[in-house]
Design a binder for this molecule. Sequence first.
Ligand SMILES: [Mn+2]
Length: 473
Amino acid sequence: MSAAPVPEMADCAAACADRLHEAGRVIVASHIDADGLTSAAVAGAALERAGIPHEQTFYDQLDAEAVAELAATDYDVVLFTDFGSGQLDDIAVHEERGDFVPVVADHHQPADGVETEYHLNPLLFGINGARELSGAGAAYVLARALERDGVDNRDLAATAVVGAVGDMQAVDGELVGANAALVEDGVAAGALAEGKDLAVYGKQTRPLPKLLEYATDTHIPGISNSYTGAVEFLEGLDVDCRSEEREWKRWVDLTDDERRRVASALVRHAMSRGVPAGKIDDLVGTTYTLANETPGTELRDASEFSTLLNATARYDRADVGLAVCLGDRDGALDTARTLLRTHRRNLSEGLNWVKEHGVTDEPNLQWFDAGDEIRETIVGIVAGMSMGTAGVDRSKPVIAFAEESPEETKVSSRGTGTLVRKGLDLSAVMGEAAEAVGGGGGGHDVAAGATIPAGTEREFIDHANQLVGEQLG
Ligand SMILES: [Mn+2]
């Protein structure tokens, strides 16, 4: 049976799987983020079930040095997941020398002018790698091709869906295309449930007032960003939102009927406060529930699960994230939760730092230099959160610096949808301004990053300010 969205991809997956079955020992190398961790878990579980000896390793960035490190090991096959396509040039050097046979399951843009035999990437088969299949999805297609002797890997679709959601592939909250086929597999295997529900983050774990306070994608006047407003709204309902111990319930603790009543009261409240109809529709969306996980835990909801994984990745604990994906519900889960709490605390401390220190205003942008006060791995999120909350204007993009090493500075930038519609492309800004000062960068139009030599920050800002000015004309 094949899970591949098109026959050509199925053929490619079959060839990759055959090569892995022939391998003596395989090392799986994966990217450190939610999609990379779930890619590793899907591939690892499938190799395990196929009886193929393997080890796992992770890299934040797959550069020539990392590939050389893999080449120096004594594994005959390296399975790259959630990266590898963009580094085929570095990989080819070692492939030609016979250091290892590469098998690549990725969804990023392949490097130009170089190919390899075992290369499973949706982009090669006319499938959108940003919206329709993630790294974990590519690993899942491979996992299905690895099935032998009655093995059924369809349950792994649930893990792959966590990866797709973590990779921000859901369009208006819903997975589409090849991702939708993955959802069907997961549902058929009993590992996943798909449903329409309030499209707010934290339905499994947040107490109701916090759930509504933090529901800011659709701004609800009087409730979003207001704990007391959320409490008042809930107390005005004819729904028992507290337990017998008077503790706030979570969304998951309510009955279906109670949920419907809270949701429609929320819609009525939003309408009465003039929230546009289009925005109100966004309050309800598709949720992906991991049917085999305990209700009320982060693992039950694909979105909360992927956040938990991201927290492990940002603090260099890929081992913890992988163990959670592979079913460790004791030590690894506790550690992951501790990392998530630390992450949230660091974010709020970072935001307070920005509030206290403020930003420097330029004609076309605003910026702050956090030095070593905010970790470089989270400074981008803090910059995004600061817009509109920490005295940071939403009319201009924000750029943040943090120390990466004594020699290098990490740059993060964030814009808004409105600025992007006016022409802002931070990916180009980061790329060009970084190049001008001897660094490198890129990303997305609304959020991008760079690494530049320490000491070039002022020069970088001047270039970026000019570039943004040209884009917004
Ligand atoms: Mn990915």
